[in-house]
Design a protein around this ligand. Structure first.
Ligand code: PLP
Length: 445
């Protein structure tokens, strides 16, 4: 393969120059090469292909004459034609329904633009740092694991050794690591619950058992399961904090049945009113696999999170990651290290908490006359219980105003809950106001 994806056949009766021009023409026509792309010099291309330079010159001359290429003196040869127009950037779109709606997403954080300087500083530092020469520790960058262990102790009451922290590409990536090493068997997931967890378990070949989200999970509910996926700090999407008695019962059930508790601790630091409740893993380190994520305090596109497996599973996870070569991207890990060290994540969370509290109050002002809050609000969404026909009216009104409002029923499998889940992290204040005005009108003013 040359610098261009072309291959010349010396046994063909077609001259090499004609073969080359036909293939380059095809690359432009199919959109592989696009207007403005620079082609290799005729000397470099000829050397790459092992042909005389005149072959490359002849092909470029031909395509220039046909209008596919253009030569700029002193700059080189460029693609002049645009066979396949570049797609225009699409507005934030909603899953599966097109139409350019802005989704009132339950998972998109709001990051104050004032934090941009710190973000840029972290990436500058990445560009100046030297990456490891080979494949690094599959469990993650050692300095980052130290910083994460320190943070888990400080913010989540979870005291762990840095060697017990595994850097992942986000919550579901960590869940996949666990699913790969847990014994066979179905996985329980809260219902209503996190759809990506359900899809991840199913994709790993596991049957999914519905665990009623507000119920206590005892020995009977965990029997036969390999794991139970829960969101104790802020049940997704009903919002309750798992009561202390239920936490103890779940750990006891896990000990009795062998099912590992998988704690998705996605937004625990975003309580507006009180300090976050300590992690369930802090109460039962031996039974709980803890999943944390940077996606609620940094752009989710960064794709980074952390997993603290129970001690009995840690070695298997490390071995699995080494075998499948699942090593986190070094630049992302290195950037997160700086963001943690500089207190950037904490600063983002502090400002976001204030903004979310204020936005949650605005949502409540519009919805409270019509709906029942599922729980006190925390994080970047609030859930409101409504009859399904009212929820559908609210959704339709939001849609007409350009917004996609998630329905609670979409997060249910067998649970009968209905209502709306208003995400307010990924929109501006003005967008939220427009969406709320529409939702309020849809619910009867
Ligand atoms: C319940 C829940 N868990 C975890 C996450 C974070 O996922 P990730 O770490 O893959 O970005 C989200 C994001 O929306 C979520 O809603």
């Amino acid at each position: 393969m040359s610098a261009l994806p072309v291959r010349l056949d010396r046994r063909s009766r077609d001259p090499l120059g004609a073969q080359l021009s036909a293939q380059v023409r095809d690359l432009v026509a199919r959109g592989t090469l696009r207007r403005g792309d620079r082609l290799p010099s005729t000397r470099a291309l000829a050397a790459d292909l092992g042909v005389a330079r005149s072959v490359a010159e002849q092909a470029y001359d031909q395509l220039t004459a046909e209008g596919w290429l253009t030569a700029r003196r002193g700059a080189g040869t460029f693609v002049a034609a645009e066979a396949v127009p570049r797609p225009a950037p699409r507005p934030r779109r909603t899953e599966g329904q097109g139409g350019g709606l802005v989704r009132l997403s339950t998972g998109e954080p709001w990051i104050d633009p004032r934090h941009r300087a710190g973000w840029r500083r972290a990436w500058r530092e990445v560009s100046a740092a030297t990456p490891p020469r080979g494949y690094d520790d599959p469990c993650g960058l050692p300095e980052l694991r130290v910083a994460l262990a320190e943070r888990l102790a400080r913010t989540r009451g979870l005291v762990v050794d840095p060697d017990e922290v595994v850097v992942t590409a986000g919550t579901t990536a960590g869940f996949r690591d666990l699913l790969a090493v847990l014994p066979g068997g179905a996985v329980g997931v809260e219902d209503p619950g996190y759809r990506a967890a359900v899809a991840t378990a199913r994709a790993a070949g596991r049957a999914v058992v519905d665990l009623p989200a507000q119920a206590r999970h005892d020995e009977a509910s965990l029997r036969g399961l390999a794991g139970a996926y829960v969101t104790p700090a802020h049940q997704h999407p009903l919002g309750r904090v798992m009561p202390a008695d239920d936490r103890l019962a779940l750990l006891a059930a896990s000990r009795a049945t062998g099912a590992v508790v998988v704690e998705d601790d996605y937004d625990s630091e975003l309580r507006y009113d009180v300090a976050p409740v300590p992690a369930l893993a802090a109460l039962g380190r031996d039974r709980v696999a803890y999943l944390g994520t940077a996606s609620k305090s940094a752009p989710p596109g960064m794709r980074i999170g952390w997993l603290v497996p129970p001690p009995g599973v840690l070695d298997d996870v490390a071995r699995h990651r080494a075998v499948v070569h699942d090593v986190g991207a070094w630049p992302t890990q290195r950037a997160l290290l700086t963001l943690l060290r500089d207190g950037w994540l904490d600063a983002v969370l502090r400002t976001a908490r204030r903004v979310y509290a204020e936005r949650a109050a605005r949502v409540a002002a519009v919805l409270a006359p019509h709906a029942v809050p599922a729980a006190t609000s925390a994080g970047m969404y609030s859930t409101w219980l409504l009859p399904q026909d009212a929820a559908l009216s609210a959704r339709e009104a939001a849609r007409r105003a350009g917004f996609d409002l998630p329905l609670l029923s979409e997060l249910c499998r067998s649970a009968p809950e209905t209502g709306v889940v208003v995400g307010f992290g990924g929109v501006s204040d003005a967008e939220l106001d427009r969406a709320l005005a529409a939702i309020g009108a849809g619910l009867g003013g």
